[in-house]
Every structure is written in structure tokens, then in C-alpha cells.
Unconditional design. Structure first.
Length: 271
């Protein structure tokens, strides 16, 4: 089954957020303003694309038992079809046109971490016009995604701004003498990433990875670097390159933490 990602509302939204993150990291104010204006116009809470996106999100976030999932999928499909699909299509068309005119040509080639799940949801919602076999396959994939087993986690309680800021202040005070500045920032962004759906962590990580690459490349160009250091440094550069297409998780944060340490040691030896 072919999936038209340009008609997948969740994919369009995720690409906008991805490009917004890049614009923030690169401090490209013009691009940032363009994307923010597009999101406000097409995904404000009174827009039909916002309503469409909420249905995608419900399917992406749902983790149910098999009995619940069957009824849930039926109800979501009914809600999706109750939206004016013509209006949704027309707004998608207008959005695609504005993206082509205002943003980068490779916008639709943006790397989206959970593209496979988004495509599964899109195929399921759009499967009513397919033949029986294709429709059943699409519904089966959606059912498996909705009922997939996940590690049991404790729900976070709502954290207000005062609690959040108090935590950050205490964390920084406790570790200001034992961690480097960049390590404290990395851990703070990682620990508090739930507060903004990871956007702050993504922005920090994009900028930090670029800094680490530049520092390591600069150190390796020095005349007095030993062959052993060059070999270790090249391995670090190779590792950093793999992070550009890797979802941010705990293991990646640990690796970056140790790389920050390693580069600091390289700098110390250089001095």
C-alpha cells in the first residue's frame, strides 16, 4: 500500500516542528518566524487540521488491551470520518502550497523519528476506500500498534512552574562544583524534558553535538597530537555522526556525557 505522506496531517505537523527546532538551533529568525506563523494559522485550536491532528495523536498515544482497542479504533474512525474530509483536504492543499513557497525545498524529506507509526495511523484512517484485503492488513497493523506492550512507567504528576524552577535551581547548586557546565545543561535538559515534550532537549542536543564535533576536529588538527589520541578522536567523531539519525534516549545522553568528559581531557592535555 502506498502512503501519501503529504496528506498525513501528523506528518506535516511533525515536519514543521522539526524544521522549527533546526531554525531555533541555527538562530535563523526569519525561518523561525515563518514556521511559527504557519503553525498558528493551520494548527490553532479552532482549525480543522488541529481537530484532525488530535485524532492522529490519540491513535499514536493509545496503549490498550485487545478488547478496548477494537472499540477504540471503531470510534476514532467514526470521529475521523465525521470531520469534513473535503475541508481537511483543502486546508492540507493550502498548507502544502505555503510550505513549498515559504520553506526549504527538502521540507518533506525531513527525518521524523516515529514516521513508521505515523504512516501506520495514516494508512488506517484512509483505508476505507481500499479493497477488503488491503483494508484488513491496514487495520491489523493499527491494532498491533495500539495494543503493543510497553514498559510499565509511573505517571508524572503535573509540575507547576515553581516546582520546576526550584528543582532546576537545586540541581545546579548541588552539582555546580562536580559537573562541567555543559554536563549540567545536558542532564538538566534531559531530566526536565517531559515539561516541553523534549523540545528543549532537542534544541540543546543539536547545538551541543555541533560544538563537540567542531572541538574534536580542531583538536585533531594540532601538530602535537599523538597517534593514539588521533585514533580515539576519530572514533569519537564517528560516534557523533551516528547521533544525527538516532532518536534521543537515555543511552545517547550517557554517550554524550562521556564524550563531553573526553573532549575536556583532550583540551587539558593540549594546554
Amino acid at each position: 500500500m502506498r502512503h501519501n505522506k503529504k496528506r498525513n496531517t501528523a506528518f506535516l505537523y511533525e515536519c514543521l516542528i522539526k524544521q522549527l527546532t533546526i531554525a531555533i538551533v541555527r538562530k535563523d529568525e526569519n525561518l523561525k518566524e515563518s514556521i511559527v506563523n504557519i503553525v498558528r494559522e493551520y494548527f490553532n485550536k479552532s482549525s480543522i487540521l488541529y481537530e484532525d491532528l488530535q485524532l492522529y495523536n490519540q491513535l499514536l498515544e493509545a496503549k490498550l488491551n485487545k478488547q478496548q482497542a477494537t472499540r477504540f479504533l471503531f470510534e476514532i474512525r467514526r470521529d475521523w470520518e465525521s470531520l469534513s474530509r473535503k475541508k481537511v483536504f483543502n486546508r492540507q492543499t493550502a498548507l502544502i502550497k505555503q510550505i513549498n513557497e515559504s520553506l526549504t525545498p527538502d521540507f518533506f524529506a525531513s527525518f521524523v523519528d516515529n514516521y513508521r507509526e505515523i504512516a501506520t495511523v495514516g494508512s488506517f484512517l484512509q483505508s476505507s476506500g481500499l479493497k477488503a484485503k488491503q483494508r484488513i492488513l491496514s487495520e491489523d497493523r493499527m491494532f498491533q500498534l495500539t495494543t503493543a506492550e510497553i514498559a510499565e512507567t509511573k505517571a508524572f504528576k503535573h509540575v507547576d512552574n515553581l516546582t520546576y524552577n526550584t528543582f532546576v535551581d537545586k540541581f545546579n547548586e548541588t552539582y555546580k562544583h562536580t559537573l562541567r557546565d555543559e554536563q549540567r545543561l545536558l542532564l538538566t535538559n534531559f531530566i526536565t524534558s517531559f515539561s516541553d515534550n523534549g523540545l528543549g532537549l532537542k534544541c540543546f542536543m543539536n547545538e551541543e553535538l555541533g560544538r563537540l564535533k567542531n572541538e574534536m576536529a580542531f583538536l585533531l588538527e594540532a601538530d602535537n597530537v599523538s597517534e593514539t589520541y588521533k585514533q580515539r578522536g576519530q572514533k569519537v567523531l564517528n560516534k557523533l555522526d551516528t547521533f544525527s539519525c538516532t532518536p534521543i534516549n537515555e543511552e545517547m545522553v550517557k554517550d554524550v556525557f562521556y564524550i563531553q568528559d573526553l573532549i575536556a581531557e583532550f583540551n587539558k592535555n593540549e594546554d
